[in-house]
Structures are given as structure tokens and as C-alpha cells.
Design a protein around this ligand. Structure first.
Ligand code: MTE
Ligand code: MO
Length: 315
């Protein structure tokens, strides 16, 4: 197996110069426009500035200038994906030949219109770019330019019933292709969950690409969740099943280590992991550490969902 050839990837330089070009044309949602242009259809474009949510944050540290994008190279070669390896640098190579097509996502449970989606069905949703910080519970972080669509669009399409309270996500179970799933230490497949209001929040993204290209296997191809105000483990990869449910789902990490990983897992610099502080983080590609921000800097968009919750005990 070969490492990814640099000729096959979008360099940051190409990415930025394409963005500048499109910006000069007044186009912001880059890849959606390109995709639409290729297919000769029009698409709605939407200006996304979620990276800069933060003039009022302590320290005001969240601007594009102070939060540069992590390189494509780092995003795709430093991965947490236990289905392949617990060694972050080994995932890309081990996942290289993972088959991501054909692929279906079955959406059901407490909904009026259950539906099994093919990957192409998702192109009908408003694919847009979202630049988000990703903060792993292990105290490192990246800034990633995702392509995707709001989970809310998918949920609205299946019409949750009034007794639906949570959304449960399931990764593919394929131990022949995913050597890590032969490790009996974990209860496979990987499971995650959100409360319905969290799932409907506009920040919650179903990602299908990054840096304007389809996701590579190591990043969770062909489709993964991105929940930027929560620790990275909530952002489940390679999703094949989504169920609307009444009871709080038990995630793989809650089952594996309930005293260390909770359901909410909101980024919170004031609540330490039992084995390390969460007050600061290592930004991949930088030396030194950054202060971790409450809700990873997205409090303006999400804090009201937790107004009646004691955040020092709800981990
Ligand atoms: N199915 C699955 N999803 C997963 C994981 C995993 O091991 N398996 N790891 C999680 C963790 S701990 C993090 S930090 C992010 C990492 O995403 P990245 O490798 O794209 O940066 O994916 C999350 N999603
Ligand atoms: Mo993580």
C-alpha cells in the first residue's frame, strides 16, 4: 500500500487561491457551487461564518487569523478511528482500501417517513462549507473546513414523531474490513447519540467532504457526523443507521468507560477528565498550547440548550 500522493490532494495553497478566486466572484459556498455548475443545476448558497462566532468570548481568540485551517496532510494523517487502529498515524494507511461505495444510511425509529438513503440522495440537501474547530477529549484540536449539510434537513425529511427525544447513530459493522472491530475490548459497532434539540441545532453537520473534496476513509467516508461544541468522539464516522428514539442511547464510550465519558460531552475547560485537565489543548501544527473555550467557542449558538443543567456534573 502506498501513502497518499501529494498530487492527489488539494493543497492548502490551491484551496485558498480557489477560495480567493471564488470570493472575488462573490461566491462563498465553494464546492456546492462547483458541484452544481458541473451538473448544470442551481443551488442555494449560504454564507457560513461559524468559525468566527466569538467576539464576545473570553479572550476573543476566535478569528480566522488566529484560528488558521489545519493542513489537509495533518487532518488526513492524524486520526482517531478505533475500527482501524488506536495508533492515529496508522489509520490512513489501514483505511486506504475501505469500501465506501455503494453505501446506504437507514433512517428510522420514531418517524412518520422512514427512509433508506443512498449517498447520492444526500446531494439534494444544501451542501455547504463549515469551518469548525474539532476538540478531541484527549486535549488536541484542529480547524477543519468541512463540506456537508445540516442534520436538521435530514431529520425534517423523515418527520420525527412527538415521542422522539434522542437520535442514535451507528457506524458500519464490518470486521473483515475493519481490523479494530475484532478487538473484544469494545462493544462494536460504534454508537453515538444526541438529544433531539442538539441534533436539530444549525451547527450540527452531516459531513461528506473536507477541503472541497469527498471525505477519505480515515475521515469517516462516505458520511460522518460533526458536532463542533462537543468532544470529538461524539462526531461518529461511517454512519449506516440513524434512529429516532425515546430513551437516551448508550454510546460505545459510555459503555466502555462510564466514569470517563458521558452522554453530553460538551467541551468544558473547567471540568477535568478524571486523568487529565481539559483547560488547554494542543493545536495540531502549532507549538505551545491554547486555552480551551467553553463549548469549544460555540456558546452563543448552543449554551441556551443547557440553561437548566449543572454543567459541572453533566459530562
Ligand atoms: N466510528 C468512529 N467514529 C469516530 C471515532 C472512532 O474511533 N470510530 N473516533 C472519534 C474521535 S475520538 C475523534 S477525536 C474524531 C476524530 O476525527 P478525525 O480523525 O476526522 O479528526 O472522530 C470520532 N469519530
Ligand atoms: Mo477524540
Amino acid at each position: 500500500m502506498q501513502p497518499i500522493k501529494s498530487s492527489e490532494i488539494t493543497s492548502e495553497q490551491q484551496y485558498y487561491s480557489r477560495r480567493d478566486f471564488l470570493k472575488s466572484l462573490g461566491i462563498v459556498s465553494t464546492s456546492a457551487m462547483i458541484l452544481a455548475a458541473c451538473r448544470g443545476q442551481s443551488t442555494q448558497t449560504k454564507v457560513i461564518s461559524t468559525q468566527v462566532s466569538a467576539e464576545n468570548l473570553p479572550g476573543g481568540t476566535s478569528t480566522v487569523e488566529s484560528d488558521p485551517l489545519t493542513s489537509f496532510e495533518a487532518i488526513t494523517n492524524y486520526n482517531n478511528y478505533y475500527e482501524f487502529s488506536i495508533n492515529k498515524e496508522a489509520v490512513a494507511r489501514l483505511a486506504e482500501d475501505f469500501p465506501t461505495s455503494p453505501w446506504q444510511v437507514e433512517v428510522g425509529g420514531l418517524v412518520n417517513k422512514p427512509k433508506t438513503f443512498d449517498i447520492d440522495d444526500f446531494k439534494k440537501f444544501s451542501i455547504q462549507e463549515r469551518i469548525y474547530r474539532l476538540r478531541c477529549v484527549e486535549a488536541w484540536s484542529m480547524v477543519i473546513p468541512w463540506m456537508g449539510f445540516p442534520l436538521a434537513e435530514l431529520l425534517n425529511a423523515v418527520e420525527p414523531t412527538s415521542n422522539a427525544k434522542y437520535v442514535r447513530f451507528e457506524t458500519i459493522y464490518d470486521p473483515d474490513e475493519m481490523p479494530g472491530q475484532r478487538d473484544p475490548w469494545y462493544q462494536w459497532p460504534y454508537i453515538e447519540g444526541l438529544r433531539l434539540d442538539e441534533a436539530m441545532n444549525d451547527l450540527t453537520l452531516m459531513a461528506t467532504g473536507l477541503y472541497g473534496k469527498d471525505l477519505l476513509p480515515q475521515s469517516g467516508a462516505p458520511i460522518r457526523l460533526v458536532v463542533p461544541w462537543k468532544y470529538g468522539f461524539k462526531s461518529i464516522k461511517a454512519i449506516v443507521k440513524i434512529d429516532l428514539v425515546e430513551e437516551m442511547p448508550t454510546s460505545l464510550w459510555m459503555a466502555a468507560a462510564p466514569s470517563e465519558y458521558g452522554f453530553y460531552a460538551n467541551v468544558n475547560p473547567e471540568v477535568s477528565h478524571p486523568r487529565w485537565s481539559q483547560a488547554s489543548e494542543r493545536r495540531i501544527g502549532e507549538s505551545g498550547r491554547r486555552k480551551t473555550l467553553m463549548f469549544n467557542g460555540y456558546g452563543e449558538e448552543v449554551a441556551q440548550m443547557y440553561s437548566d443543567m449543572d454543567l459541572s456534573v453533566n459530562f
